[in-house]
Ligand binder design. Structure first.
Ligand SMILES: O=C(O)CCC(=O)C(=O)O
Ligand SMILES: [Fe+2]
Length: 778
């Protein structure tokens, strides 16, 4: 992959330089950075093909000449083409040196070479074989959607005998006559450097013909590409001088050569129906098509059902559906499950069919993620420029991040990534460093929120509230919120920012600490930079496991502790061998009464965890298999109310990563959280060590499953010993703690959120339901 993307982007100047607004930056954004997030491409499983599509630009070439001479000339042609393109970059796509470097190094072409399929399919009628192959590669092999493909997927080049003959003539002429030096200095420099064979390096290839074939898919940005205009679907073919032909394809309004007569405008479609209604009409016309595909076509047709219908019919007649090729597919990876499954209330039952012991199921499509995990994902969440600005801001901030230390059995270890908490005010800063504890200690790195972090939190707040409401309507039993879930509007007032620098940085399986968020907490998680694997696995035992657990000695020991308290590896997860996670020892739940003040001394000390117990717990947690999500740059993952109690999540180490143009090897993740005033440490119980306790939920033991408890966590702080304090925690239906609030003085400062100008949020989906003490959000 492009070496330039591994450049030292810790240098702010270079990172900013890469995003300065120039034609080159514009090109990089539209043709590369945004491509990975395009519908379809973003749903491809990790593969060289996806990297090619998401990280490079350049033409797709079909070779139709297969003689010995062609074998010799094709590499010359490709080198010459690359040379032409490199030479044309500064002319056609001016930009900063960094941008130019990125453009130069991310150029890649893909050559299809298959004598049995393409031999002789050069020009004229036979070009149809190339068209069909090009089309099938995109539609059947890659399963890309119909619309809005990048330029390289709408134009292919054909190298036939004629093209190579012309090239050979030029080479002969060039080597036998006085060399006609390319007027373009850049071209000459490039050719000298590229090591081309003698004679090809300094030729002027501008006059070498190349066959260019365009597929005229409708493009929502071009009214005249509407299929209802009459000429759709169509292909055109050019014999063009090749100088910069590839760049011309990209730069000249995308499709340069098609001189189509403008048809009279399409009669306006009725716009009275809602999108749902239109979608329903399309679905009834094309019952075999997936709803998301229909939605994409509908959007690309400007919301017009008639246009969408014509598009689909034209596609169907030209390219009847072909069985999807499995060649090259990665085993055990599903790109989309929605052909088989739809969201319903039977999630668990369906998931159990999907995930199996020790196996990882990779999900990409948002509807699959929503159906089979406790998360929803929104791709392309922020405007691209805002996401990039936030990323750059946080990359800069990350030099202040720290690794937290925690006790792992008898060792003190560091978190395998760095992080910082962000809050809105100096008062909150004080509270987060001196009052809130995390896994038994105070956090050293707490920082005041940054401009972009703050600006984005309003958007996150709106989206998360909308997703919560949607989840309640479509997934939760009876269309009602879960027991203990807050009915109030979700209002983030702290952000945890993590930085994973390189493939080995990770965070092990954990659930996020509920101590200050309360039961059924929702968290908004924004991913920026490098795409990494976010894995989830369900920890609620199945009936079989219940039976086994009942017979076991240590039925309640969780696999690991709350967030971040896990070893620095998780390679174990990849191989299904047990994770070495610290285990807070079981609290004994035999005492199942509701006495909140009942300290149960029969609980073992939390520090007496052992690697063997961790292994058992990890193996148990692995029994139901795991699901892998791949949040791309600029995606918002909402961890819904069922997540923290019933699932664990991790960022697993990667074997390889695809560098991000701005972030290099780094991934930044922001989790927006809503700290509840009613769970401020001034309220929560203290243990016998005098330390604040943490809130946990019982999952393993059937009799007490779903109950919450306060427990001592001091034993997880480096060098400290904990006590065996344990107390049941009770909440009302809405997750508000049931304790004597009058005992707490009410003059303490309350939490404040980030967002200035609250009015912009009040229009948010789900309505403004009110707020504890009128907080605004982060
Ligand atoms: O980086 C991520 O996506 C997850 C981070 C996380 O789990 C956490 O901060 O608790
Ligand atoms: Fe987490």
């Amino acid at each position: 992959m492009p070496s330039a993307w591994t450049d030292d982007t810790t240098n702010d100047q270079s990172a900013n330089d890469a995003s300065s607004p120039t034609p080159a930056a514009d090109f990089l954004t539209t043709e590369i950075y945004n491509i990975g997030a395009q519908p379809g491409i973003r749903s491809l499983p990790p593969s060289p093909e996806r990297d090619f599509l998401a990280l490079t630009w350049g033409p797709v070439v079909y070779r139709t000449a297969y003689s010995a001479r062609a074998d010799r000339l094709l590499p010359v042609f490709l080198r010459a083409l690359s040379h032409e393109v490199q030479a044309a970059i500064p002319r056609r796509l001016p930009g900063t040196p960094k941008q130019r470097h990125l453009l130069e190094t991310s150029y890649a072409c893909k050559v299809f070479s298959d004598e049995t399929r393409f031999a002789g399919a050069g020009a004229g009628a036979e070009i149809g074989a190339v068209r069909r192959a090009f089309h099938d590669w995109k539609r059947a092999d890659l399963a890309l959607p119909l619309m809005e493909l990048p330029a390289r997927l709408r134009v292919c080049l054909v190298v036939d005998e004629g093209v190579l003959r012309a090239l050979e003539r030029m080479m002969t002429t060039t080597t036998t006559t006085t060399q006609e030096k390319d007027t373009d200095e850049e071209a000459a420099e490039g050719s000298a450097e590229d090591g081309s064979e003698k004679g090809s390096g300094e030729m002027c290839y501008g006059s070498c013909p190349v066959i260019m074939v365009e597929e005229n898919f409708p493009d929502r940005r071009r009214r005249d590409s509407n299929p209802a205009d009459g000429e759709y679907p169509g292909w055109t073919q050019n014999l063009s001088g090749r100088e910069s032909v590839v760049l011309m394809v990209y730069t000249m309004d995308r499709y340069l050569s098609r001189k189509r007569a403008r048809s009279p405008p399409t009669p306006p479609c009725s716009d009275e129906d809602s999108t749902d209604m239109k979608l329903a009409r399309l679905a009834s016309l094309f019952p075999d098509m997936a709803l998301d595909a229909l939605m994409e076509i509908l959007l690309a047709s400007g919301g017009c059902v008639e246009t969408a219908t014509t598009t689909i019919q034209a596609q169907a007649s030209l390219y009847p559906p072909k069985k999807r090729s499995t060649a090259g597919a990665t085993p055990a990876i599903q790109t989309s499950l929605n052909a088989h499954m739809r969201i319903s209330h039977l999630q668990d039952q369906k998931r159990s069919l999907l995930t199996r012991k020790g196996k990882t199921l990779h999900l990409y499509a948002p509807e699959d993620i929503a159906a089979h995990t406790p998360c929803t994902i929104i791709h392309n969440f922020l405007p691209a420029a805002q996401a990039n600005a936030l990323l750059l801001e946080l990359l800069d901030e990350s030099k202040h991040f720290s690794r937290y230390r925690f006790q792992l059995f008898d060792r003190t270890v560091q978190s395998p990534h760095s992080a910082s908490i962000y809050v809105a005010t100096p008062e909150q800063h004080r509270q987060h460093t001196a009052e809130y504890t995390y896994g038994g200690t105070y956090r050293a790195t707490v920082r005041q929120t940054t401009p972009h972090l703050r600006a984005v939190s309003g958007t996150v707040q709106q989206a998360v509230n909308a997703e919560i409401q949607h989840r309640i309507r479509t997934v939760y039993p009876g269309g009602r919120k879960l027991k203990y879930q807050s009915p109030k509007e979700w209002m983030p007032n702290a952000a945890f920012v993590n930085c994973y620098d390189g493939p080995t940085e990770a965070v092990g399986y954990h659930s996020d600490e509920l101590t200050y968020l309360g039961p059924r907490a929702v968290i908004g998680s924004l991913s920026l930079g490098v795409e990494r694997e976010f894995r989830v696995r369900r920890i609620v035992p199945t009936d079989d496991e219940d039976a086994a657990a009942a017979a076991a000695e240590d039925p309640e020991a969780p696999e690991d502790t709350s967030e971040g308290r896990i070893s620095a590896h998780t390679a174990a997860d990849k191989t299904s061998t047990p994770t070495k996670a610290p285990i807070p020892s079981e609290h004994n739940n035999n005492n199942n009464n509701n006495n909140n003040n009942n300290n149960n001394n029969s609980r073992k000390s939390p520090t007496i965890s052992s690697p063997a117990a961790a292994a058992t717990a990890a193996a148990r947690a692995n029994a139901q298999g795991q699901i892998s999500i791949h949040p791309p740059h600029n995606s918002l993952l909402v961890m819904h109310a069922e997540m923290q109690e019933e699932w664990k999540h991790a960022i697993v180490p990667a074997q390889t990563i695809s560098p991000h143009p701005l972030a290099g090897n780094r991934r930044i993740n922001v989790t927006y959280r809503w700290y509840r005033d009613s769970l401020h440490p001034r309220h929560t119980p203290r243990c016998r060590c005098g330390a604040p306790t943490i809130l946990r939920c019982v999952q393993r033991r059937r009799e007490t499953r779903g109950r919450y408890m306060w427990m001592c966590y001091a034993g997880y702080a480096p060098g400290k010993k904990g006590c065996s304090f344990f107390q049941w925690a009770d909440f009302d239906e809405d997750g508000e703690p049931l304790w004597d609030k009058t005992a707490v003085p009410d003059d303490a400062p309350w939490l404040e959120n980030f967002v200035e100008g609250q009015d912009q949020l009040e229009a948010g989906v789900g309505g403004h339901v009110g707020n504890e003490k009128g907080n605004a959000s982060i």
